[in-house]
Ligand binder design. Structure first.
Ligand code: ZN
Ligand code: ZN
Ligand code: ZN
Length: 387
């Protein structure tokens, strides 16, 4: 957790609650709670909910046996532990009732409660029966736009995570991770080990797609043996907490580099130059005040013009922070304007089914001057690695 950030975030969240007309925010599983408080609920069946009213004291309802894990930042919330045999839904419902204006106060308009997008359905269904007359919203309607604008501490954490991922990419591109003759899953394991060695506390994914598998963007690395004269897409990332505290909330890295096991033939080398130009066009387009979808259009235009349009069939990128995928999404139809403090991937790909694939991904932040800055600096070329 970034020092002293919590109180500021609660303030920003409450401003957004007012804009959205949300009376109470109920944060359970998912990233909103650790982002706001530094506490991550265990993803088990027992109920944890932070009840944050628009005004008044926030209360964290937590199972008694997990309460010792809670070390709240001073003054952020009080802890209310429940015992096995208690009904925690009752507890949360009474806190919500206590926090909202009387439904009769405004004719017909019941209270609005926002619940974590990733809360268990079972918890939400129980809360819904306990609190009739409430209008329910996803917590992301409040938190996503706030989380999308990173503070200084968050940018520093993203920068450190990207630098660590870059160091792994440099090892890969130097040919120090053996590829040819090994299973994709073994190469993936090596990349994960390197992420940990470079300071990540957690590996989120290490996609290794070789040969025809490189044309599957979210390929699950498996038993296929990497061969000579193939593209190998390596897309890896994890979470890194500044200070290296395993219990702290980490920020994510996410980088893709494509390497070639041999000397690439002209067709693949030319295709890669298209991809590289597309990625560059996307990064350059990503300025404050520009619509998120304009970045997607910028990468796609380069790939379309080169005749590969039908082979690029995913969005250009996603926001990144405490979660590996969050707002803003760089996708056609997303007209939200980019702003200072946004952090996201720019990751076009070209996938020729059954033959080869390639992707190039950096994390980009929009700096104080409104200009894009790449956090990943590892060689953007498709490095040729001899077998
Ligand atoms: Zn992905
Ligand atoms: Zn990625
Ligand atoms: Zn990504």
């Amino acid at each position: 957790m970034v020092p002293s950030a919590g109180a500021d975030r609660v303030g920003r969240v409450r401003e957004r609650m007012a804009v959205e007309g949300v009376d109470v925010l109920c944060l359970s599983h998912g990233a909103d709670l650790p982002w706001l408080t530094g506490y991550r609920a265990m993803p088990l069946e027992r109920l944890t909910v932070l009840v944050l009213p628009a005004a008044g004291e926030p209360v964290l309802v937590v199972p008694r046996l997990e309460a010792p894990r809670v070390s709240p930042q001073a003054d952020l919330f009080t802890v209310l532990a429940w015992d096995d045999g208690d009904d925690p839904i009752d507890l949360v419902a009474s806190l919500v009732r206590r926090s909202v204006r009387s439904p009769d106060a405004d004719a017909g308009a019941g209270p609005v409660v926002a619940v974590s997008d990733r809360a268990w359905a079972a918890s939400l269904l129980a809360l819904q029966s306990a609190l009739p007359g409430v209008t329910w919203r996803p917590s992301s309607s409040v938190t996503a736009p706030v989380r999308a604008v990173k503070d200084v501490g968050e940018i520093a954490a993203l920068r450190a995570a990207a630098a660590a991922a870059d160091r792994v990419a440099v090892v890969l591109q130097a040919g120090e991770v053996p590829l040819v003759g090994r299973r994709e899953s073994d190469v993936s394991g090596d990349l994960g080990d390197l992420l940990l060695a470079e300071g990540h506390q957690q590996v989120n994914f290490a996609i290794v797609g070789s040969g025809p598998n490189a044309a599957s963007p979210h390929h699950e690395p498996g038993a296929r043996i990497v061969g000579p004269d193939e593209t190998v897409v390596c897309d890896f990332g994890g979470a890194l907490a500044l200070g290296g505290d395993a219990g702290a909330v980490g920020y994510c890295s996410d980088i893709t580099r494509t390497v070639y096991t041999g000397t690439p033939p002209a067709e693949i080398a030319e295709c890669y130059e298209v991809l590289r130009a597309a990625q560059q066009a996307g990064v350059v387009a990503a300025r404050a005040g520009v619509a998120a979808e304009a970045v997607d259009r910028a990468t796609r235009a380069v790939i379309d013009d080169a005749g590969y349009g039908e082979h690029f069939w995913h969005r250009t990128g996603h926001g990144i922070g405490i979660e590996e995928h969050e707002d803003p999404y760089l996708v056609e139809g997303n007209g939200v304007l980019l702003e200072v403090g946004n952090a996201f991937s720019v990751e076009p790909g070209i996938y020729v089914t059954g033959r080869f694939g390639m992707r190039l991904e950096d994390i980009v932040v929009i700096g104080e001057d409104g200009e894009p800055e790449r956090l990943n600096r590892a060689d953007h070329a498709m490095v040729a690695l001899g077998p």
